[in-house]
Ligand binder design. Structure first.
Ligand code: SF4
Ligand code: FES
Length: 542
């Protein structure tokens, strides 16, 4: 492995690597704006210039390949003078509006001006004031803050392949612009906001909502589809404010889709179910979750005593964590050893949405057609546990018990069951009563109201994905863990806690403990919390 010496420190590098990336991988941050490991390298911002022994002038570290034994100086007087000059140049027309800028606290310009800038501006003329531009459904451009790093332009060409953004004008008149009638509305548009090293491109959804230093971050997985995109949930005081990509080389690299970015909204939906209910004289009345659970297990047990094994089913939602599906399946089989496990509806688009580099035609990103995160994981649970199982189509095609011929077996014999939702939008089809066996005893756990929750014999409000721990299996068979970012709203109960009670287990639901019991088929893929490649586009305190 080649070695280079940077400011007196010997570091390992990979053959063909650029000096800057080798330093970032080794935890030695060099200033950089235009460089991003997921994009081409224009070497245009010039803040990363370093002195290399044997070369006559400063070279861009982002674009200069390493050579074994190379000696690099990033803090020599020449390199520091360049850093100061670049900072002074970038700040000439930059407004001093950090107090009202959303990027403050995570802005490379702000951070580097502390590190490499001058304390006083020598610029006495009027600053050029470029306009704010509405460049997309979710994206706002504050042109006067732009430092023309072109990361955003390169992203729309090289990753989304949609090429909506371009550089208009030359010299001090340069501006980022969109073509008339072609806003940045592609499904990956939000990534340009993450890429922008300053507060020029901002997410309208997050605009002026929260100072970034107040946010806490929790690693999670996207619930929007079967892709398993790795994300950070940024939240404060029980509210989610935004979702950011979490680098995973094998899944989503640095990017997420806008479906993922805004999928947290149903979590704070005002209509969230918050009270347990039970049917009484043809209507529903509020009850305590504990009483609802006791009534549900009592009635389900009676059904099995009256009708024999094979009378119950559990409809496992593809929004459930593998651990929750495992616990519910085990709990229902404790009441009825022949209970049928059914995978709930799996909403699926016609095909995957594929994004390609507009210059090379190479695939860069894929949004999966399957719009739930864990159909594969629930299928795995059903397969590992064995016993009677059915698809949603088989379950709904079989005639309800009341209309079944005498001596009917299998699905037609079912008398009641446990149905879990947890989807991000109303998932219950219009023909709900027939599909979910009107007349059968139904225990429903869900987060949003529907015809089914209104018709439930027992309703237990559940927790949304961001409110609980667990793991999901993506379309490629990767089982990835996610953590609770916030607590469920008052009145809602985490599914795992309910199943713990049904199984007579003590304490609260613990996904890791359950995962250990589930064994090898459910081993999660380990992803480092922070990856060198992710750190490459974040500011690292020197
Ligand atoms: S808008 Fe942001 S990402 Fe785009 S060129 Fe300007 S500073 Fe760079
Ligand atoms: S020139 Fe190297 S990061 Fe911009």
């Amino acid at each position: 492995m080649p070695k280079i010496n940077v400011d007196g420190n010997e570091i390992d590098a990979k053959p063909g690597q650029m000096i800057l990336q080798a330093c970032l991988d080794a935890g030695m941050p060099l200033p950089h704006y235009c460089y991003h490991p997921g994009l081409s390298i224009p070497a245009s911002c010039r803040i990363c210039l370093v002195e290399v022994e044997g070369l006559p002038k400063l070279v861009p570290s982002c674009q200069t390949p390493i050579r074994d034994g190379m000696v690099v100086h990033s803090n020599s007087s020449k390199a520091i003078a360049n850093q100061k000059q670049v900072m002074e140049y970038l700040l000439i027309n930059h407004p001093l509006d950090c107090p009202v800028c959303d990027q403050a606290g995570e802005c490379l310009l702000q951070d580097y001006s502390y590190q490499y800038g001058r304390s006083q501006s020598r610029f006495e003329e009027d600053k050029i004031k470029n306009p704010k531009k509405d460049v997309g459904e979710n994206v706002m451009l504050y042109s006067d803050r732009c430092i023309m790093c072109t990361r955003c332009v390169r992203f729309t060409r090289e990753v989304s392949g949609t090429s909506e953004l371009f550089v208009e004008g030359r010299g001090h008149r340069e501006e980022i612009a969109i073509f008339p009638g072609r806003p940045v509305n592609n499904k990956l548009a939000g990534n340009v906001v993450d890429l922008c090293p300053v507060g020029a491109l901002l997410d309208k959804d997050f605009l002026f909502k929260q100072r970034v230093w107040l946010l806490k971050e929790t690693p999670s997985i996207s619930p929007a589809d079967a892709g398993g995109e790795n994300i950070w949930i940024h939240h404060n005081e029980g509210l989610i404010y935004r979702i950011k990509p979490r680098y995973n080389a094998e899944v989503n690299q640095w990017w997420i889709s806008d479906d993922t970015r805004y999928c947290y909204k149903p979590v704070h939906e005002t209509k969230r179910l918050r009270a347990a209910r039970r049917a009484q004289y043809g209507t529903q009345v509020d009850t305590a979750p504990q009483h609802a659970l006791e009534q549900a297990t009592r009635e389900l047990t009676n059904l099995v005593s009256t009708n024999g094994p094979g009378s119950l089913y559990a409809m496992l939602s593809p929004m459930m964590a593998c651990e929750e599906a495992w616990l519910l399946a085990t709990a229902i089989r404790q009441i009825d050893p022949q209970a049928v496990l059914v995978l709930g509806p799996v909403p699926t688009a016609a095909s995957d949405e594929v994004f390609k580099n507009s210059l090379t035609g190479k695939e860069t990103f894929r949004i999966k057609a399957e719009k739930v995160p864990n159909a594969a994981g629930v299928r795995r649970v059903m397969q590992v546990l064995g016993g009677p199982t059915a698809t949603f189509e088989e379950f709904t095609a079989a005639k309800p018990a009341g209309k079944a011929a005498a001596g009917a077996t299998g699905l037609a014999k079912l008398k009641g069951g446990w149905i879990v939702g947890g989807y991000l939008s109303n998932w219950v089809p219009a023909e709900m009563p027939a599909l979910f066996r009107a007349g059968n005893y139904r225990v429903v756990q869900d987060i949003l109201p529907s015809g089914l929750s209104d018709a439930a014999d027992v309703l237990i409000p559940g927790a949304a994905w961001a409110e609980k721990d667990g793991s999901w299996e993506n379309h490629a068979g990767k089982i990835q863990a996610f953590a609770a970012a916030i607590a469920p709203p008052e009145g809602a109960v985490r599914e795992g806690d309910v199943y713990y009670k049904m199984l007579g287990r003590t304490g609260l639901y613990n996904a890791e403990v359950v995962r250990r019991e589930m064994g090898e088929p459910f081993a999660v893929v380990k992803v480092p919390e922070r990856d060198a490649k992710e750190a490459a586009f974040e500011f690292v305190e020197l």
